[in-house]
Design a binder for this molecule. Structure first.
Ligand code: PDD
Length: 283
């Protein structure tokens, strides 16, 4: 943890060590909150309007009033990026239902939400993993039924990512009823011939912002975009696989559960889509 960082908390830009939240915060007690992650490249936020729109939707779905307008959010994010001199990395945003004496039902409507943002410096563009390609393991998807909401209740994803870490790989793909739902913090894709395949949106997965951008880029490239369920076996037998997220962009997958995908090297389509996404992100 870099102590030099400046954190945004409830209206103030504070030194890292001074940004403190109540033990009665409902985010801490109940995971009663929403988060978002936007990438920063060349000092600029990537596809940020879509992330803020999803933040607004997530808040609405659990009945927390969005404390800021879109313009308000952007102003705060840009100020935070400036305070931290961030050129490449991530902005993390979190809103919880605020601090109140512990009780499951909502606190009084006038309870202010807790609004917090921090930055993380990170190499997102020239990520060496994208050159090597990522390996993934599969785990059962043990999450709740509203995965379309970007909730801070991430225990299932924490456990999934730990399975990946134990196996020495980058990501875990979660599987339900025999089909891949998504990665622990990314959207799963496979490539079959001239088609990229990814799961259709539903309450079973997060509507990935990078997912949508990559689907559009693939269409522009003359690839077919198939939104359908796929199994682990199909993905292993596919020509290529990859995953997308605000932090990984487009990440080629070279092995699933120790079995090589395609040639066992990053595939040409995944590489091309990564390059196109980087171009778009920088545009
Ligand atoms: N995670 N699915 C899940 C479960 C995720 O947590 C994420 C992103 C995605 C990809 O969504 P997007 O393309 O909008 O980033 C899919 C972020 C990066 C995180 O939790 O850090």
């Amino acid at each position: 943890m870099s102590e030099a960082r400046i954190v945004y908390l409830n209206g103030a830009f504070l030194p890292f060590d001074e940004a403190k939240v109540s033990v009665m915060d409902r985010g801490f007690l109940f995971a009663d909150g929403i988060y978002e992650v936007s990438a920063v490249l060349d000092g600029r936020l990537v596809d940020n309007a879509a992330h803020l729109a999803r933040l607004d939707r997530s808040l609405g779905e659990i009945g927390i009033r969005n404390p800021h307008t879109i313009e308000g959010w952007v102003g705060l994010q840009e100020e935070l990026v400036r305070h931290n001199g961030l050129t490449e990395g991530l902005v993390y945003m979190q809103v919880t239902r605020g601090a109140f004496e512990r009780d499951f039902a909502f606190p009084p409507a006038e309870t202010p939400p807790t609004v917090m943002m921090f930055t993380q410096a990170k190499t997102v563009a020239n990520n060496p993993l994208a050159e090597r390609g990522a390996k993934v393991v599969t785990v059962p998807d043990i999450r709740w039924k509203r995965r379309d909401i970007k909730s801070v209740a991430l225990l299932a994803q924490v456990l999934a990512k730990q399975e990946a870490a134990k196996a020495g790989v980058a990501e875990a793909w979660m599987v339900e009823d025999g089909f891949v739902t998504e990665g622990s913090s990314s959207t799963a894709f496979m490539v079959a011939g001239d088609a990229i395949v990814t799961r259709p949106l539903s309450t079973a997965l997060l509507p990935g912002i990078t997912r949508l951008a990559v689907m559009r880029l693939a269409g522009d490239e003359g690839l077919r975009v198939e939104e359908r369920l796929f199994t682990v076996e199909e993905a292993v037998a596919a020509d290529e696989a990859f995953y997308t997220s605000a932090s990984a962009f487009v990440m080629p997958v070279v092995a699933i559960d120790g079995r090589p995908v395609g040639t066992g090297e990053p595939g040409p389509r995944a590489r091309r889509l990564r390059d196109l996404y980087l171009e778009l992100a920088r545009a």
